[in-house]
Design a protein around this ligand. Sequence first.
Ligand SMILES: [Ca+2]
Length: 478
Amino acid sequence: MESWSRSIIAATLVILIGGSLSIAAAQAAGPPASSDRLNVLLIVSDDQQHDAMGCAGNPIVKTPNLDHLARTGVRFTHAFVTIPICTPSRAAYLSGRFGASNGVTFFGQRLVADTPTWAGVLAGQGYQTAITGKWHNVRGFDEYGFDWSANVFMAGMGPSYDDLPMIQRPGDKPKVVKGQITEVITDAALRFLRERDTNRPFFLNVAYTAPHDPRMPPEEYERMYDPDKIPLPANFKPVPEPDPGTLGIRDEKLLPVPRDPAAIRRETAKYYGLITHMDGQIGRLLDALDASGLAGNTIVVFASDNGLTLGAHGLLGKQTLHEEGVRVALIMRHPRLGVAAATRDALVYLLDMMPTVCEWTGTPIPSNVQGRSLADVYTGKAAGVRDAVFGRYDEREDQMFRSIRTDRYKLIQYLKLGREQLFDLVKDPHELNDLADDPALAGVRRQLHDRLTAWRAEQDQAETKWRKPASQRTPTQE
Ligand SMILES: [Ca+2]
């Protein structure tokens, strides 16, 4: 009897092992079963300063839901974009490639052929890929690999936050969707979570238009912050010095120069109102993940697409390589790694998000992705993935600024002015003290200058593959 039981057990084991071997074989041939696979929720805000969150040390703006996300995940304190405006920033993190390589360095440009896309790569692994909210990129979001969509706003900004024209599917004519846009976007995201194909893992990109101007929060949030209690930025100036040559652009003209401190406080109060309102909507998303049991199986990423000056350095917009323009919010939460309430000060780019999520989901990282996986930085196993980050800003084809930033120093080049600024970010985090002519730092300046020159040459070389020579350009290229 005993030997009979043993042989049954042995036979069962053979079947079980055989079964798991065939599952392993199937996994080697294709993606693993969906129940094992992590979902991805990517939430993006628009023009939010990197430190406009309670968890980032801001004592005024209330962001309880983002703070909760940071407490249950990892906040990257030194996350950057290369180009601090919406379209190129989004093209970079949605492709894992820099603008010079993916073809998008300004508004109205299309990804060059053979550019991988975050959504497309995950779709290739069986993911359902969804987008709702702001889509300011060329052409449609389907070209970036999204196959489900609802309440998509196809412009950089609206005249207000209410009753805006949106599309539901690629190629639709925009039709007004009643309601406040941040709430309408959240509604669509929640609908996706209810209606999605539960046989597949998902990648959902929720792209808010908040807190981009016009700074028109719902009434309750408009009254939430008293302008008189809002401190001016530590590096507030009434007039920029030097004049960077961008004061004629729309974002800068929202207030006159010299900047009126009272007006800056008023704008900031409304900006914070928009952020707190958005935070409440992010809370609806996080609550839905918790209530449906998806939280334990879903990576959550929150990032802002670029920063904003709002009075810093005498500027109002984001078109600057000072920290206010290029430094952004980034919080990541992996549901299974057990890392919580941690911060990482590694120099990272938003285009690192895609390869990180690829690694976490067992998705092969396309060979031409230029971002680096932050998986080891997230867990604390690695201190960083690079020793410098670069910035650039052009007005269409007109080259304006370039920068290199290490843990300690930043060199900014103003190409129109033929001028460089050098800042010691440890002693001077607000970039008030230009040390470019300090003889003691001549060596530092030369070294940064040479590295930036080499980077610029690489970027220019990459651009020759797609940028038309000036003589062949037409206005439609914009
Ligand atoms: Ca933006």
